[in-house]
Design a protein around this ligand. Structure first.
Ligand code: QAP
Ligand code: CO
Length: 171
């Protein structure tokens, strides 16, 4: 089932999401719906709050060499904790909740992620490159933060101007 994606400036995007405690059929169905929604919107990552569910759950699927994003290769991450972040990189980010806008954001280059899978098993993951960046972007959603809040004052002003213009054009 496709879920509607909330977009900026919807205030729900500012909510701090709550820990996942029930790793049940309801969660599994929700994660399946998130995958369908992310793929149909051409996304590589989606946090639960972006579909109006304030729980600490996110999914990620970095396309392979052929550009495929299979369900089997999709990471389902609940209650994530970042350990041992190292280095810094700039990457031009976008967000399904801020459609049509892309800007450079600084992130850690590598990190170790502790999380729970859909069954509640505790897992560890070593991440670098686009995966490490995507993890940080999605965890920010769980804290109610958007990538545009990390922009410099001038770039943020550029965003507000451009985004308001496209919002008007869509009406
Ligand atoms: C988060 O973002 C991310 O504006 C996932 O019109 C971003 O999937 C992780 C998208 C950058 C790592 C690096 C955005 C699709 C998708 C748009 C996305 C759009 C259509 C964004
Ligand atoms: Co996002």
């Amino acid at each position: 089932m496709l879920l509607p994606i909330i977009t900026y400036p919807n205030k729900q995007l500012k909510i701090r999401s709550k820990e996942v405690v029930n790793f049940d059929e309801l969660l599994h169905r929700f994660l399946d719906d998130m995958y369908e929604t992310m793929i149909s919107s051409n996304g590589i990552g989606l946090a639960a709050i972006q579909v109006a569910n304030p729980i600490r759950a996110l999914i990620l699927c970095i396309p392979d060499e052929e550009g495929n994003q299979s369900k089997e290769s999709t990471l389902e991450i609940m209650n994530p904790v970042i350990h041992a972040p190292q280095g810094n990189v700039l990457y031009q980010e976008g967000c399904l909740s801020v459609p049509g806008f892309y800007e450079d954001v600084e992130r850690y280059e590598t990190l170790t992620l502790q999380y729970q899978n859909r069954h509640g098993d505790v897992c560890m993951l070593q991440a670098s490159e686009l995966l490490a960046i995507a993890i940080q972007h999605e965890i920010d959603h769980l804290e109610g933060k958007l990538f545009i809040e990390k922009l410099t004052y001038n770039r943020r002003k550029k965003f507000e101007k451009e985004y308001k213009k496209t919002l008007k054009e869509k009406k």
